[in-house]
Design a protein around this ligand. Structure first.
Ligand code: PFF
Length: 477
């Protein structure tokens, strides 16, 4: 029962505008086979480069414990309620994010412009995938680098030179970016049940096991205690205002929120499954993986006298150095980067899925054509990000705007998606659920006790929008 073009395309017209669309559309589309399948897929989306690459480096840059505490608070207060809202909207509409929002708007006689929330999300996901795939390509490249033993016994300078050598070589970057995008497309083209679900049910547990192996190694370095203290002993003197805002923004990115992904996945969620419990499970697993990644990385960093605040290069420059020095480093290093590819792959799949779903429905394309079309355009856009790392490194197309001075195309894509589109999408989702959507419909979908429902409603009405608005305004300033 995979989602095929004929399933969704042929039904979308017939069901349009009728209330049956809201209740019955899932029946024709193919659903997740179980709650576990949805959790696997949503976790596959949430756990990615954000957890293993970004979380350790932003934690390192922001001084550790206190930042981690704020990040955990953001997950609980902002992340989980918005995830519940996104999954709820997706399941209520039962279609692609844009279609779901317009069906709900039509049925509840709301302003049809709300469907733009889905459109912003789809566009953001598409733009993110273009450079996410390039970074996924770095991870692929490092499997070869570590496996071949080139890192063994290398100095920091030599390891740094390997990384800058990769960034300066557009042909190699293009090859790995192409491979990453092809991997994503191969899964998406096969549809939700036969492709994605099967892939994540193998990839996610494998990822856990691989991460535990690296943590197991990290425990033997003699610096595990120092890493635990760094991550979990808050030192509030190290927490800055910008650190708080980075923590909030990262909570969005890491849970795949504000980009319609959870709406798209929620549309395949059977009606009898608890949205609150599933959202909570996904968030807890995602947070657990980020913390495990921290526990895997920081002992190695400390044991080798490396710098926790080294920035985005942390795992690609600092860790390979550590892997080059440790016994069996080639093996552990290879495993680590394989793990990173798995994580990035399942996230990449979730970034492509919403746009493919939308093309199928809206343009009546079949899944193969829509996947190829969206994937190839996204791949082509990724070339601009690749060139930004080398030949176009000095090209700042919007450099005349003071805030965007010196930003390459890669930087701009990252800036506009993470700092503008993502908080905007999240804010609008919170406003839609908190203030616009009918209470009755939400009560029915969420099926919470009255007390829990009110707690959730107050959060999405007041707490989430204010918190998100602060990040949004801060980023614009
Ligand atoms: N959550 C993913 C990560 O942490 O790497 C990235 C991501 C995937 C963001 C899908 C947004 C998204 F829609």
């Amino acid at each position: 029962m995979s989602v095929t073009s004929s399933d969704s395309a042929s039904h979308s017209g017939a069901l349009e505008g009728s209330s049956a669309a809201l209740e019955g559309s899932n029946a024709q589309r193919g659903l997740w086979s179980s709650r576990l399948a949805f959790i696997l897929a949503a976790t596959g989306s949430a756990v990615g480069l954000g957890n293993i690459w970004k979380f350790p480096y932003v934690t390192g840059e922001n001084g550790g414990g206190a930042f981690v505490l704020v990040y955990l608070l953001c997950i609980a207060v902002v992340g989980i309620p918005i995830m519940m809202a996104e999954v709820m909207i997706g399941r209520r509409g039962g279609r692609s994010p844009v279609k779901s929002l317009s069906l709900i708007a039509e049925r509840d006689r709301l302003n049809p412009a709300w469907k733009l929330v889905g459109a912003i999300g789809i566009l953001a996901g598409f733009l993110i995938l273009s450079f996410y795939s390039v970074i996924g390509g770095w991870a692929i490249s490092y499997v070869g680098t570590t496996a071949s033993g080139q890192l063994t016994g290398q100095t920091a300078d030599a390891v740094g030179a390997i990384f800058s050598g990769l960034l300066s070589d557009p042909t190699t970057l293009l090859a790995w970016h192409t491979l990453f995008m092809a991997l994503v497309m191969v899964v998406v083209v096969r549809g939700v049940r036969s492709g994605l679900e099967r892939a994540v049910s193998i990839l996610m547990p494998a990822l856990f096991v691989l991460l535990l192996i690296v943590v197991g190694y990290a425990m033997t370095t003699g610096h595990f205690g120092q890493a635990v203290a760094f991550l979990f002993q808050p030192d509030f003197s190290k927490l800055t205002t910008s650190g708080i805002l980075v923590a909030l923004g990262h909570a969005f990115f890491t849970l795949s929120l504000g980009m319609a992904v959870m709406m798209a996945y929620g549309s395949y969620l059977p009606k009898n499954i608890s949205i609150a419990k599933t959202s909570m499970t996904v968030s807890v697993i995602d947070t657990g993986v980020a913390l495990l990644a921290g526990l895997a990385i920081f002992p190695i960093v400390f044991a080798n006298g490396l710098e926790p605040g080294a920035g985005p290069g942390l795992i690609f420059q600092t860790l390979p150095l550590a892997f080059g020095q440790m016994p069996m480093g080639s093996l552990f290093g290879t495993l680590f980067f394989v793990l990173l590819i798995f994580a990035a792959w399942t996230s990449g799949i979730s970034l492509l899925e919403p746009i493919v779903e939308w093309l199928e429905e809206r343009k009546g394309m079949n899944r193969t054509v829509s996947t190829l079309g969206a994937g190839i355009v996204c791949w082509a856009l990724g070339i601009a990000s690749i060139l930004s790392l080398n030949l176009w490194a000095d090209f700042a197309p919007l450099g005349f705007v003071p805030m965007l001075e010196g930003k390459t195309i890669f930087d701009l894509l990252d800036f506009f998606t993470a700092n503008i589109m993502l908080p905007l999408g999240g804010l609008l989702v919170a406003l839609f659920a908190g203030w616009v959507m009918s209470r009755e419909a939400m009560e029915k979908e969420l099926a919470l006790s009255p007390g829990m429902f009110n707690l959730w409603l107050i959060t999405v009405r007041f707490i989430t929008p204010v918190a998100v608005a602060i990040v949004f305004i801060y980023n614009l300033m």
